[in-house]
Design a protein around this ligand. Structure first.
Ligand SMILES: O=C(O)c1ccccc1NCC(=O)[C@H](O)[C@H](O)COP(=O)(O)O
Length: 207
């Protein structure tokens, strides 16, 4: 059953819409981005997230201290490493982890099995910021031997293309940000539509 994450949440009503629609994970941005939130803001949003929904903090080349503080104060369940963080840093921090690999070509998906993190998120390389591009990458690059139960797929997903994405990539989880926004702001109807599309695709698997 493919899990679903809504990333870059900044407003209570959008967190609530995602939770009511059955989201599995929510992402808060602590990196340079138009979706960036302060720790105090994320802590307030987290009050509307039930225990069974995973809270993920997204960081780009942050210090260990910054990440530990957010993890403790929000509180978070996972750190998403969306920059150039080394294996050594991820190991030293020692918190549940998602390492992001920006996919430009076949070289970026080689040796994925050696990546030392709990989950691996494949995303389109960002332009202005490191993620949240709203652009799809070539999913056929993920056709090879991958640990599907650790793979999160992101990059330009929306309610229209997510079923194809799940059929082609068979990820553990799909992740969306731009595809559930209108004019740069999250939209409750689009959030519901996206989560519904993922759930419809799941139900096909049970027929
Ligand atoms: O979303 C951002 O603005 C962002 C900025 C810097 C680092 C990461 C960022 N997003 C992290 C995510 O997990 C997004 O959901 C992922 O990049 C997919 O975004 P989109 O293509 O907009 O659905």
């Amino acid at each position: 059953m493919t899990k679903v994450k809504i990333c870059g949440l900044m407003e209570t009503q959008h967190v609530q819409a995602a939770v009511e629609a059955g989201v599995d994970a929510v992402g808060f941005l602590f990196a340079p981005s138009r979706r960036r939130v302060a720790i105090a803001q994320a802590k307030e949003l987290a009050r509307f997230v039930p225990e069974h929904v995973i809270k993920i903090g997204v960081f780009v080349n942050a210090t260990q201290e910054e990440m530990e503080r957010a993890f403790r104060e929000v509180p978070l369940d996972f750190i998403q490493y969306h920059g150039d963080e080394t294996v050594e840093l991820i190991e030293t921090v020692g918190l549940p982890s998602i390492k992001v690999l920006s996919v430009r070509g076949v070289d970026d998906v080689r040796n994925v099995r050696t990546v030392q993190s709990d989950y691996i998120l494949f995303d389109t390389p960002g332009t202005e910021f490191r993620g949240g591009s709203g652009e799809v990458f070539d999913w056929s690059l993920l056709n090879g031997d991958l640990p599907r139960d650790r793979i999160i797929l992101a990059g330009g997903l929306n309610a229209q293309n997510v079923k194809d994405a799940i059929r082609q990539v068979r990820p553990f989880m799909v992740d969306v940000s731009s595809g559930v926004e209108i004019d740069g702001r999250k939209d409750e109807a689009l959030i519901r539509e996206f989560i519904q599309a993922v759930k419809e695709e799941e139900s096909i698997g049970w027929r």
